[in-house]
Design a protein around this ligand. Structure first.
Ligand code: GDP
Ligand code: MG
Length: 363
């Protein structure tokens, strides 16, 4: 069943309107990826976070009106809610209410394919649950409930925590195993002596489409941000040289990734450490293109692959004017100090030029 979603953007005093709008737009992409249809999205300016409902009563009434008028199935809030807030809101609207983190976890879970990807998601989920147990505990003790009620609550909580921690250890072991298997595969690939290029970039920038177009393999590029959790690889041939290069797809960057998901996201990028070069795909139709490109570079630096050879792939030029494309190319060249190639992964424009550059760089 397709769910009809009402999306609520949040503008706290500190965040600024433009950033909040940007975040809300990304939430809309994520929501579609999760399989929902976005009926309405509104931005709410918040002065003070309500401990029980996050939003003020007036806002809740507004949103309730929206929910009824579009007959929504779900409300997605662009914030991080406490378990209590989530419950209270669900009760108030009489439907499922999820926050940004839960939405991302849902997408991770739905799209994880490899053993390793699945472990990563499970781990992230457990890490999500653990502090929420603490939240539940704090709720319990702050109600000032009597001695008799608090004791058993604490005990149960300790058991829950222990269970979650055991689960985390178990998953970490499974992950190590999955990693070993992958290393084995990689060793096999390396023995063939084939150079490799890893595709990185923001969600929806066109990584999977590019991969498919370059290699004639990979997944059908969908408007689903996480069509590619886990590692995918295929090869491209240079007919003139009679040479082969392996290209691998990676999971996309998310602009407002919750802090605790950053480590598991980075882990998904570790594969890039074994590649000989990076293809950094950029979608010029997204907002803050230059800022986002810098964020990608920063993260690559953090995981220790910042000094790898790189081609910046300015994608979706079929949607750009020639002037705008030229302008961005110059800017990006200056910003990154790397070669920039304009392509359209969709139409295949300049595909061969990009292939040529890849082979030039690697051989
Ligand atoms: P990924 O998340 O980076 O893997 O992005 P996808 O490859 O899934 O593409 C995201 C969306 O952008 C899909 O709807 C693609 O059809 C679209 N897309 C990708 N490349 C191009 C392009 O060069 N031009 C246009 N117009 N759309 C593109
Ligand atoms: Mg993809």
């Amino acid at each position: 069943m397709i769910q009809k979603a009402v999306l609520i953007g949040i503008n706290l005093n500190i965040s600024g309107r433009e950033r909040s709008m940007d975040s809300l737009e990304e939430l809309a992409m994520l929501s579609e990826t999760a399989g929902a249809v976005n009926a309405v999205s509104v931005l709410k300016n918040i002065k003070r976070i309500d401990p029980a409902y996050y939003l003020s009563m007036g806002m809740l009434e507004d949103i309730k009106g929206l929910v009824l008028s579009v007959n929504a199935d779900i409300v997605i809030i662009d914030a991080s809610l406490s378990p209590a807030q989530e419950n209270n809101l669900s009760e108030y609207f009489d439907l499922n209410v999820v926050d940004r983190t839960r939405l991302i976890l849902d997408i991770f879970a739905a799209h994880a394919k490899t053993a390793e990807g699945k472990c990563q998601v499970e781990l992230a989920m457990m890490n999500y649950i653990l502090p929420r147990l603490k939240g539940a505990y704090m709720m319990l003790s702050s109600t000032g409930a009597g001695i008799g009620t608090r004791g058993p609550g604490e005990t149960k909580l300790e058991t829950d925590r222990r269970k979650v921690r055991q689960k985390i250890t178990h998953i970490k072991n499974k992950l190590k195993l999955a990693e070993k298997t992958r290393l084995l595969h990689r060793a096999k690939r390396d023995r063939q002596g084939l150079p490799t290029a890893a595709i990185v970039g923001y969600t929806n920038s066109g990584k999977t489409t590019l991969m498919r177009n370059l290699t004639g393999k990979g997944e059908k590029g969908e408007d689903k941000l996480f069509a590619t959790l886990g590692t995918k690889a295929a090869s491209i041939y240079d007919n003139n040289r009679g040479k082969k290069v392996i290209v691998s797809d990676t999971v996309g960057f998310i602009q407002n990734l919750p802090l605790f998901l950053i480590e598991s996201f980075k882990a998904t990028l570790e594969e890039t450490a074994y590649s000989d070069m990076l293809l950094h795909v950029i979608d010029p139709t997204q907002k803050d293109v230059l800022y986002k490109s810098e964020e990608v570079i920063k993260t690559l630096d953090e995981i220790g692959v910042g000094d790898k050879e790189m081609i910046v792939v300015l994608n979706k030029i079929d949607l750009l004017s020639a002037e705008r494309a030229d302008f961005l190319k110059t800017k990006l060249e200056r910003l990154m100090g790397k070669p920039v190639v304009l392509v359209s992964a969709k139409t295949g424009e300049n595909k061969n030029l990009l292939k040529e550059k890849i082979f030039e760089l690697l051989l």
